[in-house]
Design a protein. Structure first.
Length: 366
């Protein structure tokens, strides 16, 4: 006999996804009670990572991470007031210099990875220069290079940056008793929040049509920043919505860590961790130098020059209540330089590497 309401049963994959996000939300709530910075993101990330590494199937649809990016990016767009935009205009040269210095740091870390992991120059560069895991994996396949180590190293960089820099800066600040108060207590109205989120979604959809990388962050930032600059009646989002966006991002990031890769490449894991820490240290030095030269607060410049994770660094600036627009602008400048130029950098690296006998076997540079 057919069970009642059988037609409405969710497929097994949907139940797994629901359980994953339920556990991630509980982990975020626990982190929130413990006053962990970015609790919903870090709690969800830790839970999702542990579940994935334990061998359970965790592959959230890309739309979930994209939704989280839209929510957080729309909120970050509120920092671009007319006064802030005037300040950013004076920082164009430092932003460009920071972007190219970060690329150079990536190649320095690649040289270390080559020696420690016995990798060829192209593979190490793909794994070390701070670009997105997906973009670098696509380039790796073009050169006939296994993408798994590249994706793993790039993901480790993002996760170490997220789990290291925000808690450290907030702990060093010492004056923030509740690191989530600035986000939780933001003033909002139903109409203003709805307008902000609508603009964020519209921006994401329109920018996605252009083929620009990372449209679900760049689009909402552009539209919501323009709305704020033009004094549209937008307001912050309710904290529950922002927390949901953090859970989406954290769960999606944690799910990238797969058990099978850990079992196959145990020797590469410590090298990837060391490389991520080294890159953070190098870019942090750039941030400290810029802080001294520009007179900007050093925590702001550390966040601004962090090797990736613009969403999380901007949220941390909101918690510290300083420099949100500066942090975001530095990251966006680097993104717009590195993403389109990454294939060029890697092509030059491949040709030089093959010339000196340190390149990968297989395909010629595309």
């Amino acid at each position: 006999m057919r069970p009642p309401f059988g037609a409405y049963r969710l497929p097994p994959g949907a139940w797994r996804l629901a359980l994953l996000f339920a556990g991630a939300t509980v982990a975020g709530a626990v982190a929130d009670r413990l006053n962990v910075p970015l609790p919903w993101m870090l709690g969800a990330l830790a839970f999702s990572m542990l579940v994935s590494m334990a061998g359970f199937e965790t592959s959230p649809p890309r739309a979930i991470r994209a939704s989280g990016q839209v929510i957080v990016a729309s909120s970050v767009g509120l920092a671009f007031t007319p006064a802030t935009m005037a300040v950013l205009a004076t920082l164009i040269l430092p932003m460009l210099l920071s972007a190219f210095a970060t690329i150079l740091c990536g190649f320095l870390v690649a040289a270390v990875m080559m020696r420690l992991a016995h990798m060829d120059a192209v593979s190490a560069s793909l794994a070390s220069v701070p670009v997105g895991p997906v973009e670098m994996a696509n380039l790796a396949e073009q050169y006939g290079i296994p993408p798994a180590p590249v994706v793993f190293a790039q993901t480790v960089r993002i996760v170490v940056t997220i789990m290291g820099i925000p808690p450290l800066l907030i702990w060093l600040d010492g004056s923030i008793a509740d690191p989530n108060a600035a986000l939780r207590d933001a003033v909002w109205t139903p109409g203003g929040a709805l307008l902000l989120l609508s603009l964020g979604i519209a921006g994401a959809m329109l920018v996605k049509r252009t083929g620009v990388a990372n449209p679900f962050f760049i689009g909402p930032i552009a539209f919501c920043a323009a709305a704020t600059t033009l004094s549209f009646p937008v307001t912050a989002l309710p904290y529950a919505v922002l927390a949901a966006g953090q859970v989406m991002l954290g769960t999606s990031l944690g799910a990238m860590f797969k058990q099978d890769f850990f079992l196959r490449a145990r020797r590469f894991i410590p090298v990837a961790l060391l490389s991520a820490v080294l890159l953070i240290a190098l870019t942090g030095s750039i941030g400290l130098g810029l802080s001294h030269a520009l007179g900007e607060p050093w925590p702001v410049m550390i966040l601004a020059t962090a090797p990736g994770s613009v969403t999380e660094m901007a949220l941390t600036a909101k918690i510290l209540e300083q420099g949100v627009a500066v942090v975001t602008a530095f990251h966006l400048t680097r993104i717009f330089i590195i993403l389109p130029m990454a294939p060029v950098f890697i092509r030059i690296t491949a040709r030089l590497a093959r010339k000196y006998g340190i390149g990968p076997p297989g395909k010629d540079p595309p």
